[in-house]
Design a protein. Structure first.
Length: 304
């Protein structure tokens, strides 16, 4: 890959489509300080295989890095929308006082910044986490949330922008809403879902006490009844070769919808242990108890 002396791609195909108008204003809203682009990153950002990074400096000479996924080259208007959504999500988290989630202001070491910048004055560089595909769902009902989600899938399928899914499959999925929607939870609170709970993102001490949960790149706030799912390392793996459990739904125009989930003996033991932990923590809290009931339901696999 051709890079310049500061670690930036010499040729950044498609970057010209990215629209950063409004980023300085958004940073001003979040920080309460005016900012300006530095290091020429407005025109020539730092980049890697997945993200691009622009750097701004505020009135107090603190430097801020904002990164966003490369796929935004195809959806330039999404940059500011997702940056705003992420900032609002992170500010809401801080207001709620969730101690294990790192602050929107995070100091990073020089070793984690592009090597070409070590010779420059980047000490105390701060970072706003990668913009994610979050939705402003704080006031959504479960019905409007899932209906909007599936309607978007149908539209993408109609425009041939949804690889691996046909229009009829999306319509079949739409028909399942009535079967699985729980009316009594339609107006239940929305909850924060991390979306990528892996060992790398959970920081523990020597006694395995959780000290921090990092990387909120896939976090979103969604209705309670759709939040109950196992973490990635315990969830269902489609088309697995390991003792697959098939689940069929109806008979669409292209035949029944079929899902397969990984269901090894170890997976079953791990899921049972995880459920016991959730049950223990849920006692005495009506919302957490409802979460446990959703997770422990017999139709959880089919619902997923």
């Amino acid at each position: 890959m051709d890079m310049d002396t500061q670690g930036r791609k010499i040729v950044f195909g498609g970057y010209d489509n990215i629209n950063l108008d409004g980023l300085q204003e958004e940073m001003h809203r979040v920080l309460g300080l005016k900012c300006q682009f530095i290091m020429d990153t407005r025109e020539r950002p730092f980049g890697g295989s997945e993200c691009v990074i622009v750097v701004l400096e505020d009135e107090k000479k603190s430097k801020w890095a904002v990164r966003f996924p490369l796929q935004f080259r195809a959806f330039p208007e999404h940059v500011m929308l997702t940056v705003k959504n992420e900032a609002e999500l992170r500010l809401a988290i801080e207001k709620a006082g969730i101690s294990v989630l790192h602050s929107i202001v995070l100091h990073v070491s020089l070793s984690s910044f592009p090597s070409g910048q070590k010779g420059r004055n980047c000490g105390g560089l701060k970072h706003i986490p990668r913009s994610h595909n979050g939705r402003k769902c704080f006031k959504y009902t479960a019905t409007s949330y899932i209906t909007t989600l599936i309607n978007r899938k149908i539209k993408r399928a109609e425009n041939n922008k949804l690889p691996g899914a046909t229009i009829s499959e999306c319509l079949d999925q739409q028909s399942l809403i009535a079967e699985y929607l729980m009316p009594d939870l339609d107006d239940a609170p929305c909850v924060l879902v991390h979306g990528d709970l892996t060992a790398e993102n959970v920081i523990v001490d020597e006694d395995f006490n959780v000290k921090a949960i990092i990387n909120l790149g896939f976090a979103e706030i969604i209705p309670l009844q759709f939040s109950a799912c196992f973490p990635n390392f315990l969830t269902h793996d489609f088309e697995s070769l390991y003792e697959p459990v098939e689940v069929e739904h109806g008979s669409g125009t292209d035949g029944p919808l079929v899902w397969q989930s990984r269901n090894t003996e170890m997976m079953r033991r791990d899921r049972e242990f995880y459920l016991r932990c959730v049950e223990e923590f849920s006692r005495g809290d009506s919302m957490l108890e409802k979460y446990y009931q959703l997770l422990a339901a017999e139709d959880e696999v089919r619902r997923y």
